[in-house]
Design a protein around this ligand. Structure first.
Ligand SMILES: Nc1nc2c(c(=O)[nH]1)N[C@@H](CN(C=O)c1ccc(C(=O)N[C@@H](CCC(=O)O)C(=O)O)cc1)CN2
Length: 291
């Protein structure tokens, strides 16, 4: 392997430490940040993520409120719970774990969350604010990826960045964040022509396509920085969207899976909860936690 390994696990641990310090300072002023996480159904991966979110929230000194609803919960009941959490002054952040069961309208549920408490940054107002350069809540996985990129590269200005994947929760907000940092951004997707050649022009590759080992080693420009957002469960265990073994021979720096972007997602959720708490109390945004 020639590439530098971007250690998201250790970066996330450092970030959580800083968040714990900010939280302790807030608690001295009588303010305890609170995060409510709602899980509908019993998806095994979601259960693991929700458990980790609760544990890490408590470890940083914040209050954690967990709500578990059965898979056949009517949408109106979930909306009523979101309404209660919106009104609860002890709750600064609300997250509804995705995916939701098929009978629910994800957009309707997300848009029912008060934008100031939308620590996932998925509410349509936060999407619009991010796209227009206004103060927003920023989705956690793209925010974590940006932090890793800045740490690795310093300035992203003028770099050719290729985002592979156009989802609302990763691809599109990632592209917005890269643009904000003055990268030259291309978004690729399933209909993109000649993706391997396009990828070979990229200084930064963000793989968020949701297909195991989709990005091949010979697609990577020598020295490029590769951020692998994929989490694919295969017979060989958890793997990313990038063929890590091959790409790490060519790239300048690369995130592993596991231990790359994944741990940053929850750390950034805590960062967003702290930011939401600061804003709700008329305090400045905590330093280094927002883009
Ligand atoms: N409301 C939301 N739902 C979902 C989000 C989200 O940001 N908000 N993202 C994903 C799942 N997710 C958090 O919810 C998440 C995914 C992965 C990890 C992580 O730490 N991954 C580890 C591996 C863990 C494992 O073994 O599964 C890693 O990559 O090292 C944390 C959070 C979908 N839903």
């Amino acid at each position: 392997m020639t590439a530098t390994l971007i250690d998201g696990k250790s970066f996330a641990a450092g970030l959580r430490q800083r968040i714990a310090e900010h939280t302790a300072a807030m608690k001295e002023r009588g303010i305890t940040p609170g995060l409510a996480v709602v899980l509908v159904g019993e998806d095994p991966a979601s259960q693991v993520y929700v458990r980790s979110k609760g544990k890490q929230t408590r470890e940083t000194g914040m209050n954690s409120f967990e709500h578990r609803l059965p898979a056949d919960t009517p949408e109106a009941e979930l909306l009523a719970l979101v309404g209660q959490l919106n009104e609860d002054p002890a709750v600064n952040g609300i997250l509804v774990q995705l995916p939701l069961p098929g009978h629910m309208d994800e957009a309707a549920v997300i848009n029912a969350i008060r934008p100031e408490k939308d620590v996932d940054g998925f509410h349509i107002l936060n999407v619009g604010r991010l796209a227009t350069g206004q103060k927003a809540m920023v989705p956690c996985t793209p925010l974590g990826s940006l932090m890793l990129l800045r740490d690795q590269l310093g300035s992203l200005s003028g770099k050719n960045a290729l985002v592979i994947g156009r989802s609302n929760i990763v691809g599109k907000p990632m592209a917005q964040l890269l643009l904000r940092d003055s990268a030259t951004v291309t978004i690729a997707h399933s209909r993109t022509c000649d993706l391997p050649d396009l990828c070979r022009t990229a200084d930064i590759v963000i793989a968020a396509v949701g297909r195991a080992h989709f990005v091949k080693g010979d697609w990577i420009k020598p020295g490029a920085t590769v951020i692998d957002v994929g989490i694919n469960r295969t017979d060989d265990g958890l793997v990313g969207d990038v063929d890590f073994a091959a790409a790490s021979q060519v790239a300048g720096a690369i995130t592993p899976v596991p231990g790359g972007v994944g741990p940053m997602t929850i750390a950034c959720l805590l960062a967003n909860t702290l930011t939401a708490t600061a804003r709700a109390n008329g305090l400045p945004d905590p330093e280094g936690l927002t883009p």
